[in-house]
Design a protein around this ligand. Structure first.
Ligand SMILES: O=C1O[C@H](COP(=O)(O)O)[C@@H](O)[C@H](O)[C@H]1O
Length: 316
């Protein structure tokens, strides 16, 4: 089975990790941090203040996750967001790689990959024990891996080609199968990695518990390939499923389901640009939609951290 998940391109071996222990990273605070359930406490994005975060009941449909710890950070620019996202990811990598043999990281496609650019630059890139990283995709389009719509290709070009993650630790979705078969195949592969102890599981549900999910959000409030109003939002049993009529092209995709997303130890929602201000307003402010947006259903067992630039936060 393992050969099915080999990346199309082997990442270049241009760099050997120089540190398997932490180095001192530059400290840089986001422009503002604020708790999100009390609008009176929301600071203007430009104020360089940091307020305490707190545990709050998220607006999730997940019964399991009654107390997602949620934190919202707003940055003056996408550049500042990218620096903070690199530090956040490097810190989690350090924490998990000190504790266990693997650090399981799930990425989305879209603009998230560009926002990860600082992680593959000094000083972060050299602080990370890449040999323990295992990479997964929260969703993938059913296209060949060298197709411009491929989330794998996007991640390869912007991230994987720049870091020495072992090729066997890159768990791409099989592009030789139909959408339905690829979803089953990926779920089977994940079960295998759970069995081998690479992926942890939730103590309460037994569902895979990834260490970190790095998610983007579409202007319609979709996350992964889970779109507003779609029946897949209610999927409770499958870990990986498929869609053949995605409202955003290409139409055929496979995606993790909310039970898996919401079992995560850490989820970062990374959102930049004024075009996404409305769903951010709905999720974190007083904005209204007739039905909960997919992004509002993200409520992990662990910690949820929003990384917003000031344009995405402009309606808060
Ligand atoms: O189609 C997709 O869109 C979302 C959002 O993309 P963005 O470019 O607006 O950030 C992405 O998170 C998802 O993985 C992708 O398949």
């Amino acid at each position: 089975m393992a050969s099915l998940f080999q990346p199309l391109y082997a990442p270049q071996r241009t760099r050997t990790p120089t540190h398997t222990h932490p180095i001192l990273l530059p400290s840089r605070s986001p422009s503002s941090w604020f708790p999100v359930t009390n609008r009176a406490n929301i600071a203007a994005p430009h104020n360089p203040i940091k307020l305490n975060c707190f545990k709050t009941k998220a607006s999730s449909t997940s019964a399991a996750n009654m107390a997602t710890e949620k934190q919202v950070q707003v940055f003056d620019s996408e550049e500042a967001l990218s620096v903070s996202l690199a530090k956040y990811t490097a810190d989690l990598s350090q924490k998990f790689t000190q504790q266990k043999a693997s650090f399981t990281v799930v990425v989305s496609g879209g603009s998230l990959i560009k926002s990860l650019r600082k992680l593959v630059e000094a000083p972060y890139v050299d602080s990370i024990d890449w040999s323990k990283w295992h990479m997964f995709w929260v969703d993938e389009r059913v296209v060949p891996k060298d197709h411009p719509d491929s989330n794998y290709l996007l991640a390869y070009d912007g991230f994987l080609s720049k870091v020495p993650i072992p090729p066997g630790n890159v768990h791409a979705i099989n592009d030789a199968l139909s959408a339905e078969a690829a979803a089953d195949d990926y779920e089977t592969h994940i079960k295998h990695l759970v069995h081998n102890g690479i992926i942890s599981t939730s103590e309460t549900t037994g569902i895979p518990k990834f260490d970190l999910m790095l998610l983007g959000m579409g202007p319609d409030g979709h996350v992964a390939s889970l779109f507003p109003g779609h029946p897949l939002l209610a999927e409770k049993n499958k870990w990986v499923t498929f869609i053949k009529e995605s409202p955003k092209p290409p139409p055929e995709r496979i995606t993790f389901t909310f039970p898996v997303i919401n079992s995560s130890a850490n989820v970062a929602l990374v959102v930049a640009g004024a075009g996404k201000a409305h769903p951010v307003h709905v999720a974190l402010g007083n904005g209204q939609e007739p039905e909960p947006l997919p992004v509002q259903m993200v409520a992990p067992e662990g910690q949820l951290t929003w990384f917003l630039d000031k344009d995405a936060a402009s309606k808060l």
